[in-house]
Design a protein around this ligand. Structure first.
Ligand code: GLC
Ligand code: GLC
Length: 812
């Protein structure tokens, strides 16, 4: 069952009922000011950091779900309704929500009154703009009252929901222009130089800034007293819970419409220019912001700018094939999700509360892989930021806070895959741009500039960290965990409340990871190539020698007969082996070792992927392990704590499905690679939205596995490495346009019935118009013509100054 449809021409997903199985959300904002908005107008807003600078409150884990947002109420006689249906939930006569790229619209009607709401974050301003239009479609005059409502968060979202003894007394506001503009200035007096505003471009008939006054004690936003009365109270909040609400009386003749523009903004003042009078905040920048979006023309132009921005970004990689689902994912939604994961890492979604995780070291490095072609300059800065949280021994903070860019010491370091992901991200950036200068940038360790070294030295530290932390079998030590946060082989937690990852010794001299071995082979080689590009052949040779050792260990101690072992635990027992009672085969080493090229010549790769197909495959994707753990294994940790079929215990953890798909392309299996791609691809499972539950336009972290009661159900949508890895898979491996250091390589691996396709790729200042002809084969370019001339091999030689390349490739 579907709850909407794709409108590819408009670059939108259209939701036709507010009652989706879960809130289906969108992200507004591209740089520093962000909002989450659901199909029922729920969501929240923050500036730069979802924990430290949260503008509006959201109630996670509440009933009904998706509670709190930026709401508009329409009172028409005794009927009160919302364009997004929530929070009042009055049945609507019509409803449509369109999630576009950086904006959302709602068009709803009730009793012949139509409301249109457009909400977006402009390109250059720290605000969210909502254009609200009311249209009278009755035969008679309509006398309506429009109310707006937002609830302020007292900035630190973590403290805001814990520290009531203080927070119920700190709230402060100012109100100007008869109530049209409301300033939220809690803590501005002392240590902050920022405030928030909510203003509307018209005179108002009332306002409220105290939540209790607007809602009434014991009421929620589903039944605000002020709206029921048809009148705000003019409250000026002092402590308790400040809000911003406007009341506008709207009289409309038949056929008449009126439009209002609401601006929710974040304003920062210079330290020495905070006040315009004692206790009165300096409003100059706020007034400028409000003036900027005073007219419909200005708002429409700003939306147009945003749309053009996205069109431009999406023209960098564009495919046109005979397969509309592939085209819509590649050309629109997958790249859009890559931007969102780049911006958010794993911090703020409807499932990540925005107060816990900040930016993940491994997560953000992987997010770069799907983003770097879009805005290389931002990727460059991100690489430097991430590398700045590395320690001198090559290990790294597992997470850092986006506002301060400092590592989070409560989690610390010790996740032994982290260092290698820095090589992955940097290599992708350089292959995209050719910009070797980044390797010479001076980058601090743990944010301490006095011990800064070049980025290349950082990569060397990463490489050496793995090379020097190997265990009894010559495989890399796992530390607290590798990519799989739940494989806690040094932890031994027996009591609830202990962190699985940081409890116990956490890092031990024995437990080893075959997954990190796969990473070391792949990214060790990429490191060696960077060394060569800098002219350091000796370092490249040294790196390849180290890689060879781990390669050999993986093919011996890391091989179980029919598939790769997952790990060795702290007692040197195998994890992910036939010998195990449960958890005999894991997906990660099969996918990653094969995509790294391990065992391809030896025939191990072929066997490993066959085993994946036999043991882990389902109709909804490839499960992370089998058989799922039914008992808690103290020596394995959190992985065995989840009920079978969920999360890391046998769920379909979407992130590593593209690894297996890429691995299949390495072996030339286009049919199978594409079959795996399709199983988790949102556009392909749109029809089963009632089973899948999460948004049909983006990937989720997990789909419940075969052992779970709700097999096929998605969870934790949006913020997942699946976005980047899937884009890498489909764009670079299946469709086969891969950036190398020497130029674009064309080497598709597609199903035999895929048909011809064309790709436009902008790369290093040139446009490549690539047409691929298929003659029944899955892989193997038999002919490559570049600007009419035949070229040997797969790589289009890069010629300085050439702006257009016409490329014709024949598979088979
Ligand atoms: C989560 C984490 C990611 C980890 C994965 C597997 O998605 O964000 O860092 O690799 O789970 O445990
Ligand atoms: C839990 C989750 C895992 C996530 C980690 C992040 O272990 O199962 O998916 O990566 O928490 O802290």
């Amino acid at each position: 069952m579907k709850y909407g449809f794709f409108d590819d021409n408009a670059l939108e997903y259209v939701i036709t009922t507010p009652k989706t199985p879960l809130p289906w959300i969108n992200y507004l904002g591209n740089r520093e000011f962000f909002s989450l908005i659901s199909n029922t107008c729920g969501g929240y807003t923050f500036y730069k950091d979802a924990k430290l600078l949260r503008l509006t409150r959201y109630r996670y884990n509440n009933v009904p779900y998706d509670n709190n947002g930026k709401y508009f109420f329409i009172k028409d006689g005794d009927t009160i309704w919302n364009p997004g249906w929530q929070p009042v939930k009055t049945a609507l006569d019509s409803y449509e929500c369109r999630h576009g790229l950086g904006y959302s619209t709602f068009t709803s009607s009730k009793d012949d009154v139509e409301a249109k709401v457009l909400t977006f974050v402009p390109m250059e301003d720290n605000c969210e703009v909502s254009k609200v239009t009311l249209i009278n479609k009755k035969n008679s005059d309509a006398s309506l009252t429009l109310f707006s409502y937002v609830e302020w968060c007292l900035w630190n979202a973590d403290d805001d929901m814990k520290n009531f003894q203080r927070n119920l007394s700190t709230g402060e506001v100012e109100v100007t222009d008869g109530g049209s503009v409301i300033y939220h200035k809690t803590e501005y007096r002392e240590r902050r130089n920022h405030y928030a505003i909510y203003g509307v471009n018209t005179a108002v008939d009332g306002f409220d800034t105290s939540r209790d006054a607007f809602l009434g004690a014991y009421n929620g936003p589903d039944s605000p007293d002020a709206v029921k009365e048809g009148k705000c109270t003019g409250s000026v909040a002092s402590g308790w819970s400040p809000i911003a609400a406007h009341q506008i009386n709207v009289n409309l003749k038949p056929g008449e419409s009126k439009t209002f523009i609401f601006t929710l903004g974040y304003i920062e003042n210079p330290e020495d220019d905070k006040w315009e009078a004692p206790s009165v905040v300096n409003k100059k920048p706020a007034i400028a912001m409000l003036n900027k979006f005073k007219t419909e023309e200005a708002v429409d132009a700003s939306l147009e700018e945003l749309k053009n921005y996205w069109k431009e970004l999406l023209s960098i990689y564009h495919v046109s094939s005979s397969n509309d689902k592939v085209d819509r994912m590649v050309n629109i939604w997958n790249q859009y999700q890559c931007m969102v994961t780049f911006n958010m890492s794993r911090s703020a979604s409807y499932y990540e509360s925005g107060i816990g995780r900040g930016m993940g070291f491994r997560d953000s490095c992987q997010d770069l892989l799907g983003f770097v072609h879009l805005i290389p300059d931002r990727a460059r800065q991100r690489i430097i930021d991430i590398a700045s949280t590395q320690f001198q021994d090559g290990s790294a903070y597992h997470q850092y806070q986006p506002l301060t860019k400092k590592g989070n010491s409560d989690i610390g370091s010790g996740f032994n895959d982290d260092p290698l992901w820095l090589i992955a991200g940097t290599s992708a950036y350089i292959r995209e741009t050719g910009d070797l200068s980044i390797l010479k940038e001076m980058v601090p360790f743990d944010n301490d500039m006095s011990v800064a070294k070049t980025l290349m030295d950082h990569l060397k530290c990463s490489f050496n960290f793995t090379a020097t932390h190997t265990g009894p079998h010559g495989l890399p030590l796992i530390g607290r965990a590798d990519w799989n946060d739940c494989l806690n082989l040094n932890c031994f937690s027996e009591h609830p409340g202990e962190s699985f990852q940081t409890f116990g010794p956490s890092e031990g001299p024995v437990a080893e990871s075959v997954f990190i071995a796969g990473m070391f082979v792949k990214y060790g080689e990429e490191y060696a190539q960077l060394a060569e590009l800098l002219g350091d052949d000796a370092e490249a040779a040294r790196a390849r020698e180290e890689v060879k050792k781990v390669y050999d260990a993986t093919c011996t101690a890391g091989w179980d007969g029919d598939w790769f072992v997952r790990a060795y635990d702290a007692n040197s027992n195998k994890v992910g082996s036939k010998e195990c009672e449960e958890g005999q085969i894991f997906i990660e080493p099969q996918g990653f070792c094969v995509l790294a090229g391990i065992g391809v010549e030896e025939g191990l790769a072929e066997k490993a992927l066959k085993s994946v197909e036999e043991k882990l495959d389902t109709k909804y994707g490839v499960m992370i392990l089998q058989p799922a753990y039914t008992k808690y294994h103290l020596e394995l940790g959190e992985v065995s704590s989840y009920p079978p079929g969920y999360k890391e215990n046998g769920g379909i953890f979407c992130h590593n499905n593209p690894w297996v798909s890429i691995a299949e392309t390495v072996l030339g299996h286009g049919n199978r690679a594409f079959e795996i791609y399709k199983k988790t691809c949102p556009a392909y499972i749109e029809e089963i939205s009632d089973v899948h539950c999460t948004e049909p336009y983006v990937y989720s972290q997990m789909v419940a596995g075969r052992d779970a009661k709700f097999f096929g159900q998605g969870k934790n949508s949006w913020l997942t490495g699946t976005a980047a890895w899937t884009f890498v898979n489909i764009s670079q491996y299946i469709l086969g346009v891969y950036p190398t250091h020497n130029g674009l390589s064309i080497n598709p691996c597609v199903p035999e019935d895929f048909g011809d396709f064309n790709i436009t790729r902008k790369y290093r200042g040139a446009t490549y118009n690539i047409s691929v002809k298929q003659s029944g084969a899955q892989k193997g370019v038999s002919k490559l013509l570049v600007n009419g001339k035949e070229v040997e091999g797969n790589v289009i030689p890069y010629e300085e100054g050439v702006k257009e390349y016409t490329v014709e490739a024949v598979i088979g």
